[in-house]
Design a protein around this ligand. Structure first.
Ligand SMILES: [Zn+2]
Length: 220
């Protein structure tokens, strides 16, 4: 019933498109304007860090950056529907799409936020693929200092040993999709990937909504 009411209300709602910010009528909780619907695929990237592949859909700049901030800090949880749709759209073009057996997300640290933004997206992505979302599969066991201004090497050091998996679940032999919000240096996702592989996962694929501009990614 709540879904129905939300759908009815959405007919009248105008919200900013998550890519360009132009007001758009929301259909099925998706705020993406018609122009961005046809052009969004060209922003997608496949990032290869020493053979580890991450797919990502939008550059973390201009309006996307603002949309991501609103999603994370201003309780604009519904942006997650559009972000998940875009990730799923790109995943479907990957040859390993059919291999995914479950979805996990990067866990949230102690400080911050109303909700784990990666979990909001991961749940929707799992639903679209039709596989389970193992919500609390990964746990944060050590809080790292804020990444802001840390170099890549410092980030890798800070995040080392920060994650574990919940031992109620088994990843042995599983092919897992890991979801995070933003790819900057890849330190977080590569540590999560390491922990999943260490716990028997057969394969860990990675997907993020945004990728940082190259100059931010190459922090030395
Ligand atoms: Zn747009």
């Amino acid at each position: 019933m709540r879904d129905f009411i939300r759908r009815v209300l959405n007919v009248f709602y105008v919200r900013p498109c998550v890519v360009c910010g132009r007001p758009v009528k929301v259909v099925d909780n998706i705020n993406l304007c018609s122009r961005c619907t046809t052009t969004v695929d060209r922003y997608g990237q496949t990032i290869n860090t020493s053979g580890r592949i991450t797919i990502s859909v939008l550059p973390h700049k201009k309006f996307v950056r603002r949309a991501m901030n609103r999603f994370k800090f201003s309780n604009k949880k519904y942006y997650g529907f559009t972000f998940a749709k875009l990730i799923h759209q790109r995943l479907r073009t990957c040859e390993w799409y059919g291999n995914i057996e479950c979805v996990v997300c990067v866990p949230m640290g102690k400080r911050n936020r109303l909700y784990n933004q990666s979990a909001v997206i991961a749940r929707q992505v799992a639903e679209r693929i039709g596989v389970p979302f193992a919500e609390n599969a990964m746990v944060k066991v050590k809080d790292n200092p804020p990444f802001y201004k840390l170099t890549r090497a410092e980030r890798l050091r800070a995040v080392k040993g920060a994650f574990d998996i919940s031992h109620d679940l088994s990843f042995v032999g599983k092919r897992v999709l890991l979801i995070d919000d933003i790819y900057t240096t890849g330190a977080t996702s590569s540590e999560c990937r390491r922990v999943l592989l260490l716990n028997g996962a057969a394969e860990v694929y990675c997907a993020t909504v945004c990728y940082a501009p190259l100059k931010e990614r190459k922090l030395k």
